[in-house]
Design a protein around this ligand. Structure first.
Ligand code: ADP
Ligand code: NA
Length: 353
């Protein structure tokens, strides 16, 4: 059987925000005690929208690493590294460029959003980004990927790439004896697989945290309005101000039975409260149903400050001594290479290099 293994990552572009933390990083922490875990700072993805200034890229990579550590990712339990230091990612991505079909990538909604109106001027890397993401995951034959809801389509593509590779090279995989019996036999797949069909782990009350200014847009690093997101580096006053100014409707919070349908802003704030407190949205409505936002917002901001302040302090401490971070990334890259190198050796044999 495939060895269960978690892979996930965040781009080193700009500030990490509450969406990245609640939708991704915070959910990685308990997984460390359940199976082998690999967490990557995906710097090769960060150049798809233009090459950042070198110092900026180095700093952002350290900052994301500091956020992982401050959130509770433990280098003794997890492999932590940056993508550009393990060459197998880009080597496998090239091979996947030749597995994936243009039509598949043409359907990716994130490319359409990120490229905007001027698609002709987007980098080829931005278009092919999901193939690199598939390579990030499959270079470790990872079985589980905990991410936010916005990555769902990219993970489906990862499965499509794995399935096509397994099918196209079924005979060769068998001949070389490098396959694993398909854990869920189906007529669409051969009996032995080289790559697992990776499971997305997208669950909980915070899979899609929305902008605090617009309940229809996801909270994002690239939003022009800083009031739209809570950054992990924001201080207590800034967090309180942003929550106070968060857009809401005029009604009180609904009861558990009325629910949050049709009230995207209320839903978002209740989801944030639930995720920060480790409870469900139902629990929170049980506590606050019938109360006004003038009561709920200060409670939410106290909770957010309580949870985030120790992390922010730890991030500051870590980024002040980058030597410690750099050493962790270096060791992590060595451990990651030790897994990815033999995979690429197999892949080269499978495809005939
Ligand atoms: P961003 O989308 O802010 O540029 P990344 O693309 O680096 O961030 O995503 C890092 C992780 O954070 C991914 O798992 C992604 O799904 C998750 N994520 C990003 N934005 C949100 C959000 N608003 N709500 C929940 N999860 C999110
Ligand atoms: Na994203």
């Amino acid at each position: 059987a495939f060895q269960p293994r978690v892979f996930s990552g965040v781009q080193p572009t700009g500030n990490l925000h509450l969406g990245n933390y609640l939708g991704a990083v915070s959910r990685w922490v308990p997984l460390q005690d359940q199976m082998p875990t690999i967490f990557c700072v995906v710097d090769s993805h960060a150049i798809t929208a233009g090459f950042p200034d070198r110092a900026e890229l180095v700093n952002a990579t350290r900052e994301v690493t500091a956020a992982y550590l401050a959130a509770g990712i433990d280098p003794a339990k997890s492999i932590i590294f940056n993508q550009s230091q393990v060459r197998e990612h880009t080597e496998l991505a090239w091979i996947f460029n030749c597995v994936a079909r243009m039509g598949w990538l043409n359907r990716m909604t994130q490319f359409k959003e990120k490229a905007g109106k001027n698609k002709e001027n987007a980098s080829v890397g931005l278009f092919a980004y999901p193939n690199l993401m598939a390579a990030d995951i499959l270079a470790y034959r990872a079985t589980h990927v905990p991410v936010g809801d916005d990555q769902k389509q990219h993970l489906e593509l990862t499965r499509d790439i794995a399935a096509k590779f397994n099918n196209d090279f079924a005979d060769r995989i068998k001949e070389l004896g490098v396959g694993v019996p398909n854990p869920t036999p189906s007529p669409e797949l051969p009996e032995e697989l080289y790559f697992p069909l990776t499971e997305p782990m997208i669950a909980g009350p915070a899979t899609r945290i929305m902008s605090l200014r617009d309940g229809t847009k996801k909270m994002s690093k690239s939003d022009a309005s800083d009031l739209s997101r809570i950054n992990l580096k924001d201080d207590a006053d800034t967090i309180a101000k942003k929550i106070r100014k968060a857009k809401t409707d005029p009604d009180a919070l609904p009861s558990e039975t009325d629910g949050l349908e049709g009230r995207p802003e209320a839903d978002n704030l209740v989801g944030i409260y639930a995720a920060l407190s480790g409870k469900t949205k139902q629990d929170i409505l049980g506590e606050y149903g019938g109360q006004q936002f003038s009561v709920f917002k200060p409670a939410l901001s106290d909770l957010a400050v309580d949870k985030l302040a120790p992390m922010t302090d730890e991030m500051r401490r870590l980024t002040a001594e980058p030597g410690e971070i750099d050493a962790i990334l270096k060791t992590g890259a060595e451990k990651a290479s030790a897994i990815a190198e033999p995979v690429l050796k197999d892949v080269r044999k499978i495809i005939g290099f």
